[in-house]
Design a protein around this ligand. Sequence first.
Ligand SMILES: Nc1ncnc2c1ncn2[C@@H]1O[C@H](COP(=O)(O)OP(=O)(O)O[C@H]2O[C@H](CO)[C@@H](O)[C@H](O)[C@H]2O)[C@@H](O)[C@H]1O
Ligand SMILES: OC[C@H]1O[C@H](O[C@H]2[C@H](O)[C@@H](O)[C@@H](O[C@H]3[C@H](O)[C@@H](O)[C@@H](O)O[C@@H]3CO)O[C@@H]2CO)[C@H](O)[C@@H](O)[C@@H]1O
Length: 609
Amino acid sequence: MATVAAASNFASTSSLVNYGVTSGAESKAKLGRMFKCTTAHEGLRPLNQVDELRVKIWQARSYKTFKSRYARSSGIIVCGSGMNLVFVGTEVGPWSKTGGLGDVLGGLPPAMAANGHRVMTVSPRYDQYKDAWDTDVIVELKVGDQKEKVRFYHCYKRGVDRVFVDHPLFLEKVWGKTKSKIYGPIAGDDYKDNQVRFSLLCQAALEAPRVLNLNSSKYFSGPYGEDVVFIANDWHTALIPCYLKTIYKPKGIYKSARVAFCIHNIAYQGRFGFTDFSLLNLPDEFKSSFEFVDGYEKPVKGRKINWMKAGILESDKVFTVSPYYAQELVSGVEKGVELDNILRKTGITGIVNGMDVQEWNPLTDKYVGVKYDASTVTDAKPLLKEALQAEVGLPVDRNIPVIGFIGRLEEQKGSDILVAAIPHFIKENVQIIVLGTGKKPMEKQLEQLETIYPDKARGVAKFNVPLAHMIIAGADFILVPSRFEPCGLIQLHAMRYGTVPIVASTGGLVDTVKEGFTGFQMGGFNVECDAVDPADVTAVATTVKRALTAYGTPAFTEIIKNVMAQELSWKEPAKKWEKELLSLGVDGSESGIEGEEIAPLAKENVATP
Ligand SMILES: Nc1ncnc2c1ncn2[C@@H]1O[C@H](COP(=O)(O)OP(=O)(O)O[C@H]2O[C@H](CO)[C@@H](O)[C@H](O)[C@H]2O)[C@@H](O)[C@H]1O
Ligand SMILES: OC[C@H]1O[C@H](O[C@H]2[C@H](O)[C@@H](O)[C@@H](O[C@H]3[C@H](O)[C@@H](O)[C@@H](O)O[C@@H]3CO)O[C@@H]2CO)[C@H](O)[C@@H](O)[C@@H]1O
């Protein structure tokens, strides 16, 4: 765990900064040293006029005043006072992604930056990302009974400081396999030391805003400081509010900082044996927030700790990724996965996800051969469909409606329900292409499709981004038969490409797909994951047949028009996030200005690492 003492030691190494360690009591000399620190790209630099001005203002201890004075006296346009936002997560696309968590940490932060906020993401350095540089800043943290040093790597893309935490627990385990080995050697089998790994991530994330002297843009420079909102994502980041309360706040550091905790999937909670509490280096008074008893024998029988439960209880506000999922989570033990009672107490706010309209843009998509928009979709689709059919080895025929599926192969996504439903609709004029990775038995089910239905179905058990784009563009329908779906991004991607969603009526699929207007609803499915419910199989088969009947009719053309006319980007969700995060009342927080000044920066392209 980082301590003030440990952090103070950093000052003895030229590359380490001591900003904030003696919060509120910095002398001019100290501040001067602070602004001379090594930055990611510049090396040591002397104080310039602007720094001198900043030092004076910081001495007056009003960062808010600083911002407006700085704007007036330097003649530089300051882009909204905004907030200092630090998103923390185990996946950040495109650098690391096994699914939708990576998409959100990739797409929401640039949207917040485009609104004039200063935005950082902190995630592990799983690979040697070619665009992220060593900041030469090292911090020492305590995990379990060991002291560990982590380094920070950094790059600045689309208006966001992307910070990567470097430690062998991440790089050595995952190197070269970021798409599949983030959480364990194979799906369903987690690394035994995940608690230590994610404790390290949480602690490093709490250090980053204080120790990294970032000068990435002309709008913001220096460390983020202490007036920040941490946005912790999923169970891996649940220790952030706990460490904030135990390590920093008692020392007067991060006095006004707040934590927003966002649930992307309540199915993964981070449940471990109760004795593992000692690994977390937290005082006993936190035990009750973690304590959890369930009826399962895994990973141990009976009394456990539950990271997500603590994240929910210790954070300042709890969020999830769609309003309907928020309702489902508090509806009862089944959909709230035994945390419904806790969430009813804390409350939970659902904000529907947006999608990355740069990566998923039919007009510019590098993975598809024909670029198109709503005015050319009718001409482009048949060509893209033929390319897709050829790619997977199905008979090439533009008159056959094609259904696609993309997803992690977990019970959540219902690929097993889909496989069971195929015999009930495959005799129709239809082809189906299924792409996914995950549990081995489910991967096997996919791979067998070609043998069983050689002219009709293909299953590809790979993590294949180009093929995902080809399916989204070339299929006529995208099928999302999820037992539960917090938000779902696949249906958003599909709609932007004029591909019509057929979805189970759950979570964000309810919020984003309107029956008969932007797609087809199948009704809610049984969330019991041990078996395939025959009623769900029937629902898939009958809705698919209903959708196939609509195919090629004027009503279908109308649906395509409707889906493509929607605003699905992060713009609207980012405004909602801004309103909610402002309400946390961190000192100096103000609305951003809808970014003409900073937006061009935020809109720069992300280079795929
Ligand atoms: N084999 C493969 N090859 C290439 N790409 C693949 C792939 N399998 C999946 N993907 C990609 O991974 C992403 C999956 O997005 P989802 O929203 O369905 O996510 P997921 O369930 O993982 O995330 C959770 O978090 C997100 C974000 O909050 C919620 O939307 C969601 O409901 C919740 O379950 C998509 O970008 C998809 O293209
Ligand atoms: O972006 C995709 C999802 O990534 C995260 O889910 C991972 C989860 O947090 C990990 O714990 C792990 O889940 C395994 C689980 O721990 C284990 O008990 C067993 O049930 O198998 C699970 C799958 O291997 O991996 C998940 C990714 O596969 C994130 O939390 C989700 O919100 C994202 O949807």
